[in-house]
Design a protein around this ligand. Structure first.
Ligand code: NAD
Ligand code: UDX
Length: 469
């Protein structure tokens, strides 16, 4: 038991919120406090309307909130009280300066570390939960010890949860990775953190490594996962050229136990806040280590993803007889995957931007994404103001409204409800010929063709009625 242990987490986002709520649930004798500079986010965590949508999250939060789980903007107090301080702030790709477009922006991390150094009076275990470049722990340790008045043990404890399944991932993780200094104090810190997870994670799944291995493993895990998606997406182009079916190929290849079946679903392209950012970060690190061949190798994963998104848009434009100007296109799904309202790096954003460039009329429907988020993403991606974007884009309350009078429906997110649509009704309301571009291969293409649709799907034998010239 870790009676009286106090944990604080700086950053109440997609990672900080769910991970700390799970710790609170599994360790009732431990006090967990999550703090953030954003008062709006903290207010939302304290309300019934949580700031992120994640299946099962609400139940976990309400089971602990006010008992051993607290959300607050009083960062200093939380730091002072805590024995363990997790830092789960955002570490986006740098937009300007050295390494722009590739390196991680560690501004938020360093600000958090400086705050810890400034206010901590008793020894702390500081845990990197954010995904960071290798050697960040060293830099953070220097900042903490340079400016601080007490002892700090810095651990790396990357998070492997995926959005949409965060709660089940946290409840039953494949592994928990903890990296630390191999001296006595570092070892003790690692043991303390391992004991927290051991409340529910079997000991043999808690890996203790040196700090650099831990930091690097996170970047490698995401790079490998993204690489699998880019590999199957590359093959989807070969399938379309040859008449093979990418889902059949993925099944046949994935049944080899050495390869495995997961992450072989061809799609319009991967999105999410992590994959691209973490690969680019690895690429940047390799370049700075003087390893251009390694950098190039992984960079290709991102290039392939961009190619796949562009290929999908190309299929729409060619399919609609080489012009979409003024044509209504229903874009179903704006989140980067199902069961989340998160749109960061969503393939939908790029697809929509390209359709706007071609002067199409895009009607968007997503079951979870907030309207304001769509406008923010599109104004940024298109470098237009909202009124300009609104000349091309409308947001719809449901899929049927989005499809009314549309020339084409494009599925960009694999939401289950899209499979349940009444496609006879959809067909009746659409302009003829009516096209479906299934960027997720979730629909029943044979049935759609029977109804009368011209159907394009990723990596599937091409519909003879689809124009490709
Ligand atoms: P997020 O943007 O949802 O949350 C970060 C939060 O930190 C924000 O609420 C922000 O207001 C707060 N913050 C920033 N600076 C602060 C400061 N100095 N003091 C207090 N609060 C501060 O980000 P996220 O998606 O939760 O990601 C956090 C980290 O976890 C990133 O490094 C990311 O790469 C990593 N990660 C994310 C996922 C994921 O699925 N989203 C999975 C694994 C790892
Ligand atoms: C990812 C990692 O899976 C997770 O371990 C890490 O902690 C954070 O980054 P996340 O981005 O939330 O998680 O979702 P993930 O399920 O990995 O999907 C990423 C993107 O790849 C999504 O756009 C998804 O639709 C796409 N994808 C995934 C495919 O296109 N095909 C697949 O087979 C799998």
């Amino acid at each position: 038991s870790q009676d009286g242990l106090k944990i604080c987490c700086i950053g109440a986002g997609y990672v900080g919120g769910p991970t700390m709520s799970m710790i609170a649930l599994k360790c009732p004798e431990v006090q967990v406090k999550i703090v953030d500079i954003s008062a709006a986010r903290i207010d939302a965590w304290n309300s019934d309307n949580l700031p992120i949508y994640e299946p099962g999250l609400h139940k976990v939060v309400t089971a602990c909130r006010g008992k051993n789980l607290f959300f607050s903007t009083d960062i200093d107090e939380a730091i002072q009280e805590a024995d363990i301080i997790f830092v789960a702030v955002n570490t986006p790709t740098k937009k300007v300066g050295i390494g722009a477009g590739r390196a991680s922006d560690l501004t938020y991390w360093e600000l958090a570390a400086r705050r810890i150094a400034q206010v901590a009076e008793t020894p702390k275990i500081v845990v990197e939960k954010s995904t960071v470049p290798i050697k960040t722990a060293e830099a953070i340790s220097a900042v903490l010890h340079g400016a601080g008045k007490t002892r700090f043990d810095v651990l790396s404890n990357p998070e492997f949860l995926a959005e949409g399944t965060a709660i089940t991932d946290l409840d039953n993780p494949d592994r928990v990775l903890i990296g630390g200094q191999l001296d006595e104090s570092g070892q003790k810190a690692m043991d303390t953190l391992a004991d927290v997870y051991a409340h529910w994670v079997p000991r043999d799944r808690i890996l203790l490594t040196n700090v650099w291995s831990s930091e690097l493993s996170k970047l490698v895990a995401n790079s490998f996962l993204a690489q699998r998606v880019s590999s199957i997406n590359a093959i989807s182009a070969v399938c379309e050229a040859s008449g093979a079916d990418v889902d059949e190929v993925a099944r046949a290849v994935g049944m080899d136990t050495r390869i495995g079946p997961k992450f072989l679903k061809a799609s319009v392209g991967f999105g999410g806040s992590c994959f691209q950012k973490d690969i680019l970060n690895l690429v940047y690190l390799c370049e700075s280590f003087g390893l251009p061949e390694v950098a190039h190798y992984f960079h290709q994963v991102v290039h392939m993803n961009d190619y796949q998104k562009e290929r999908f848009v190309g299929r729409i434009i060619h399919g609609l007889y080489n012009t979409v100007t003024g044509k209504k296109i229903a874009l179903l799904g704006f989140a980067f995957k199902k069961d989340t309202g998160d749109t960061r790096e969503s393939a939908s954003i790029d697809v929509c931007r390209r359709l706007i460039e071609e002067k199409a009329q895009v009607a968007i429907y997503d079951p979870k994404v907030e309207e304001e988020q769509v406008w923010m993403d599109l104004t940024y991606a298109c470098k237009m103001d909202k009124t300009e974007v609104q000349k091309y884009v409308t947001l719809c309350p449901d899929a049927l409204t989005a499809c009314k009078d549309a020339h084409a429906m494009a599925v960009a997110t694999e939401w289950d409800e899209f499979k349940e649509l009444d496609f006879h009704q959809v067909y009746d309301t659409m302009t003829k010929p009516s096209f479906v571009f299934d960027g997720r291969n979730i629909l029943d293409h044979a049935t759609l063709r029977e109804i009368g649709f011209v159907v394009y799907a990723i990596g599937k034998p091409l519909d003879p009625k689809l124009s490709t010239a």
